[in-house]
Ligand binder design. Structure first.
Ligand SMILES: Nc1ncnc2c1ncn2[C@@H]1O[C@H](COP(=O)(O)OP(=O)(O)OP(=O)(O)O)[C@@H](O)[C@H]1O
Length: 326
């Protein structure tokens, strides 16, 4: 689809498209957003990763101009969003966590209704509606009412409604919760497609696999604070200086594990379920020595792979708790 993003006159984009400065929010005594500062850079997919209750939706609602903060500012191209709310909202698309579609309207009517709220009409409205439906993979069901759709299709319709007016910044709040893998994959690949059309995306989730798949940059949030920031690789690199070699050994041979400790860089050796798991410093080239040691005295390796840290490990290391269970 041709979803071209027009530059607004008078808007300068040299720095971050959206800048968040010292944002705070409490509900009663409960402080849920705590001096939050970050920037969304033009053209990137920025993922806000955090467990349930971390404060992601509260932050998003403030960024969307739906909720007042207790302190701090949100700047759109250098201007406080509250001083240019109409212009800001024209450039903003929001995919809320809760479905915001009309069950009794057809997919087409849903999308054209939302696009019309942004002033689109006539042939342009029709064209943009078609484009958004095609983008969401719903063109062949456009005449059907939303109530006849599966959960995944409703989520995709939710996205079509958010993008038909051609936003520059798309904020997606946990858009894949509770849907089938096929729709999830469709949504993730459409996020990348939208980026290639020039849309900047802020994507919140508690699924680290999604973040690994689509993010250019990640903010890890916990208890209202950003506790780490970086690319997927830099976050893992910064926190873990080790990797693990996992050797699956053929049965019938009892490898002496103590010998591995004599190899430079080896920090730990564990033996479990026919596997020898060797933790080693990342910057030491010692794989050859490890293989030789494993094969010494007739040991036979069935399989060998290298395990590096996941974002789950990063979160666990930073907070002492699991992202999945929290
Ligand atoms: N309107 C409200 N009144 C009181 N407490 C609230 C309100 N909205 C959210 N909270 C609380 O604020 C904290 C942060 O909630 P928030 O929804 O922002 O987190 P989240 O990271 O988006 O989590 P989730 O993925 O579950 O939506 C939670 O403890 C939540 O219970």
């Amino acid at each position: 689809m041709d979803m071209k993003i027009k530059e607004d006159e008078g808007i300068k984009c040299s720095e971050g498209l959206l800048r968040v400065e010292m944002l705070n929010k409490s509900y009663g005594d409960k402080h849920v957003v705590n001096d939050l500062s970050f920037q969304v850079n033009r053209g990137e997919i920025l993922c806000l990763l955090g467990p349930n209750g971390a404060g992601k939706s509260t932050t998003i609602n403030i960024l969307c101009g739906l909720l007042d903060s207790d302190g701090g500012r949100v700047l759109w191209n250098g201007r406080d969003i509250w001083t240019c709310l109409n212009a800001y909202k024209k450039n903003l698309g929001v995919v809320p966590q809760e479905l915001a579609i009309y069950e009794d309207l057809s997919a087409e009517k849903n999308v054209s209704f939302f696009a019309s709220l942004y002033g689109l009409k006539g042939s342009e409205l029709k064209e943009k509606t078609e484009e958004a439906l095609e983008f969401a993979g719903l063109s062949d069901r456009k005449k059907d009412k939303a109530c006849t759709f599966s959960g995944g299709m409703k989520r995709r319709l939710n996205i079509a409604c958010a993008i038909a007016h051609g936003p520059k910044l798309l904020i997606m709040d946990e858009p894949t919760v509770g849907i089938d893998p096929q729709s999830r994959n469709h949504i993730l690949s459409s996020v990348r497609n939208m980026q290639s059309k020039g849309i900047t995306i802020l994507y919140t989730t508690h699924y680290m696999e999604e973040v690994e798949e689509i993010s250019d940059r990640i903010l890890i949030m916990d208890s209202g604070n950003i506790i780490a920031e970086g690319t997927c690789a830099s976050l893992k690199e910064g926190i873990f200086d080790e990797r693990q070699f996992v050797l699956e050994m053929e049965e019938g041979h009892n490898t002496d594990t103590d010998g591995f400790f004599r190899i430079e860089g080896v920090r730990g050796v564990d033996k479990k379920d026919g596997q020898i798991i060797i933790s080693s410093l990342k910057n030491v080239e010692n794989l050859e020595g490890i293989i030789e040691m494993a094969q010494r005295d007739g040991g036979r390796i069935k399989n060998l792979f290298c395990r590096t840290a996941t974002l789950e490990n990063v979160f666990l290391k930073l907070t002492g708790k699991s992202l999945r269970d929290s």
